[in-house]
Design a protein around this ligand. Sequence first.
Ligand code: URA
Length: 197
Amino acid sequence: MAAKTPIPLDELRAQVQGCHQCPLADGRANVVFGEGNPDARVLIVGEAPGKNEDEQGRPFVGAAGKLLDELLAVAGLKREDVFIANVLKCRPPGNRDPRPEEIELCTPYLREQTRTINPDFIVTLGNFSTKFILKTETGITRLHGHVQKAGRFNVFPIFHPAAALYDHKKRADLEDDFAKLGELLGTRPPADVPPAS
Ligand code: URA
């Protein structure tokens, strides 16, 4: 059977912006479709928009987003190089965890984004996106930093940057994992060579 033609991102965006499939639509200021390079080699998948993201309609614009930018730089990447999306496109009230029925209704959009962007690597941030993409019950603490496979995609699970804002150990793990991502992609800036004595 012939493969389905991927849906252009602009068409998908319009579909998501008009979505009222679950009650999260009633409380949103903006849909957060995601943004970045439509031909990215790396698709980053977070959990769900927070307050700042809901207000601006853009992913990872708060404190976790600032840390994400710093971590991307460790991998030799900029925001414009990657595409950033979330499992849920609308903010759960009070930043509560996504519910199974919300994930079920919303993730066909993420699946279509993945087919259209067709990245080499899907970087899953935290438990929700890792469990959804890998269909696993294994937690992020065990999986992070190890390349997995989901169909034809390489999946690289990493801690969620929000979990590292106040946890130095997690921040060090995140830096190590983003450095490894840069090595896998061949984008990491070379380590400083000590001066010859
Ligand atoms: N946390 C997420 O998982 N996604 C965002 O877009 C912002 C914070």
